[in-house]
Design a protein. Structure first.
Lengths: 250, 92
């Protein structure tokens, strides 16, 4: 069923910061109250624009982390060294501040519970953000679609949404969450400790014959190597939707 | 070859496309004149570091769509694409 496809052109609007959540030492979620927010679909993003006193403007895209069912809009931002926008968002932003944004944006990298599955989500670092919106939507919609998340992080302390992922995975009909920790692992770690590769995906991903819907998000090199590995495993290229964050992510 | 790590995809230019087009454009289909392929805009490669935005064919690297801004003017041209189709695919 086609949704209402007709809307106005994208316009800038203001959102107020109502909560800040430190997800990891370098990653922060920003919860926004956006008057007249039209709602979004899991996987969409917003553009955010900062204007300096001298008029200089900088614009970035950030994936939406909250589920469509959540009245508040949440984005999650990784603070990047020398990232003029992300450093401000992670380090300086305070509750009550206003942010200029436009959205929701996108429609290709989107999953809805009615889209079906099984679902395979593969994230590198902060590439987990739009996939988290999908997992939150899946839970809010009481969907039981078989779902796997393969999440690559540098270390256990840098796993974004770690506690919530554990809670989701422990729930009845919850997603299966497979972590790999590429740089350092806690004592006694028995999980994967390398970059996501074809051998790993052959072990943990759905068989291509089950016709999974797949979403891959992260740094460009991560996304392209994972997508290529999945195609080698027999996944049709058109079933693997990708979103590249560029060289540094976020 | 532009830097591989600077390569994004059509999702990254959706906001700019949304300044011009009323419909959601990442799920629009675009046909490549270079190799004949048809893909969703969101699946094509995008480069945003150039002066302007370039959407390139994910198969043959042809420049499908270029957007440049000069002051309040936005120019869009289609060097190597045949057509652009909006709306839900396969719904008719």
């Amino acid at each position: 069923m086609a949704r209402a496809a007709v809307r106005g052109r994208l316009n800038w609007t203001l959102g107020e910061v109502v909560e800040l959540i430190d997800e990891t030492p370098r990653v922060r979620s920003i919860v926004l109250d956006v008057p007249d927010w039209p709602g979004h679909r899991a996987g969409q993003h917003v553009d955010l624009r900062l204007t300096a006193e001298d008029g200089y403007q900088a614009q970035r895209s950030y994936s939406i982390a909250s589920s469509p069912e959540d009245a508040r809009l949440t984005i999650t931002v990784e603070g990047l060294p020398d990232g003029e926008v992300s450093e401000y968002l992670v380090g300086e932003l305070r509750r009550g501040d206003k942010l200029e944004l436009r959205g929701p944006i996108g429609g290709f990298f989107v999953w809805e519970a009615v889209s079906g599955g099984p679902l395979l989500l593969v994230s590198g670092g902060s590439g987990i953000v739009p996939l988290m919106s999908m997992l939150r939507h899946r839970e809010a919609a009481d969907a039981t679609i078989p779902t796997k998340l393969v999440s690559s992080s540098r270390s256990w302390d840098e796993v974004i949404y770690r506690d919530e992922l554990e809670r989701l995975a422990a729930a009845a009909n919850g997603p299966e969450v497979i972590h790999t920790l590429t740089r350092s692992q806690p004592p006694g770690w028995t999980g994967y400790a390398r970059r996501v590769d074809g051998a790993m995906l052959a072990e943990v991903a759905w068989a291509a014959s089950s016709m999974p819907m797949t979403f891959v998000c992260g740094p460009t090199s991560f996304v392209e190597s994972v997508a290529a590995a999945l195609v080698l495993l027999g996944y049709p290229a058109t079933s693997v939707k990708t979103e590249r964050f560029g060289p540094t992510g976020g | 070859m532009e830097g591989e790590e600077l390569r994004l995809d059509g999702n990254a230019i959706a906001g700019t496309l949304g300044e011009v087009f009323v419909e959601e454009m990442t799920s629009a289909r675009i046909a490549c004149e270079g190799c004949g392929s048809v893909e969703s805009v969101g699946a094509e490669h995008a480069y945003v570091q150039a002066p302007g935005i370039v959407l390139r064919c994910t198969h043959c690297d042809s420049a499908l769509l270029v957007m440049t801004r000069t002051g309040s003017r936005m120019r869009i041209w289609f060097p190597r694409s045949r057509w652009l189709e909006t709306g839900e695919p396969g719904n008719d």
